[in-house]
Design a protein around this ligand. Structure first.
Ligand code: ADP
Ligand code: NI
Length: 231
């Protein structure tokens, strides 16, 4: 990898994500990068690859582009890498990794392609749970004009990828549909430990929330069922 490439990419990605309003702003990318870099050092992974994948992991996300094919074709990631002087083979390697990461892809049965992919995936999932994950979930939900909580709309816990994409329920349902599942998807040992810490806070928050809003016992049961043996 040519020297200085990571910094060239960072400038372009920062410009692209700054001010984004659905929970994928530049600060999300920066937090994931800090976490991913720590994991990369711990796991003896290629830090430049981890940095580039982290920087580019959301630039072609359908939620941001509105285009279903962007996550497969990766037009923005490819353009940025070309503009920053990466070689064709390096671009293909990064694209293979990018295409293997993401919760929706997990639901489709895909798993992160290699060590660097596992690291970025873990770091990205850590930013989706705990206190920050709760904040991002409400931000995304509000961005979509969705409710905080609808007592009659129980979560679907075993969704397939299509149902997940089309789910249009409350923010709290998203806790059940994705956030509580994240610890089981972690690949690195440091990532798994931190996910467990954040997960305990998420559970505590969710229980307090359900108590405050007077949610029925079925909500508590559902939470306990999902966390069987975990807390
Ligand atoms: P990430 O960037 O962490 O991979 P996503 O792109 O899937 O996450 O989503 C961005 C943020 O919005 C995450 O914190 C995620 O949990 C949240 N989010 C995604 N889908 C929903 C939804 N249907 N309802 C509420 N929050 C959501
Ligand atoms: Ni992300």
């Amino acid at each position: 990898m040519k020297k200085g490439v990571v910094d060239l990419i960072r400038v372009k990605v920062q410009e692209l994500h700054t001010g984004e309003g659905s929970g994928h702003d530049w600060e999300h990318i920066r937090r994931v990068w800090v976490t991913a870099d720590k994991l990369a050092i711990e796991e003896n992974a290629d830090r430049d690859i981890v940095a580039i994948v982290t920087l580019l992991h959301d630039v072609d996300d359908t939620k941001l582009t509105g285009d279903d094919s962007s996550e497969v074709k990766l037009p923005t990631a490819r353009r940025i890498m070309q503009e920053c002087g990466l070689e064709e083979q390096e671009i293909e390697n990064i694209c293979t990794i990018l295409k293997s990461i993401g919760f929706r892809k997990r639901l489709q049965g895909k798993t992160p392609a290699n060590l660097e992919a596992n690291i970025v995936s873990d770091a990205d999932m850590l930013d989706a749970t705990g206190a920050i994950g709760i904040a991002r979930c409400f931000t995304y939900s509000g961005h979509k004009g969705r409710a905080i909580f609808i007592p009659e709309k129980m979560p679907m816990v075993d969704m397939n990828a299509d149902q997940y994409v089309n789910a249009n329920a409350s923010a709290i349902n998203h806790f059940f549909e994705k956030l509580v599942k994240l610890p089981n998807l972690m690949a690195t040992s440091a990532g798994r430990k931190e996910a467990q810490r954040r997960h305990l806070f998420l559970l505590e928050y969710t229980r307090q929330f359900l108590n405050e809003v007077g949610a029925g016992q079925e909500w508590h049961d559902k939470l306990n069922e999902l966390n069987h043996g975990r807390s």
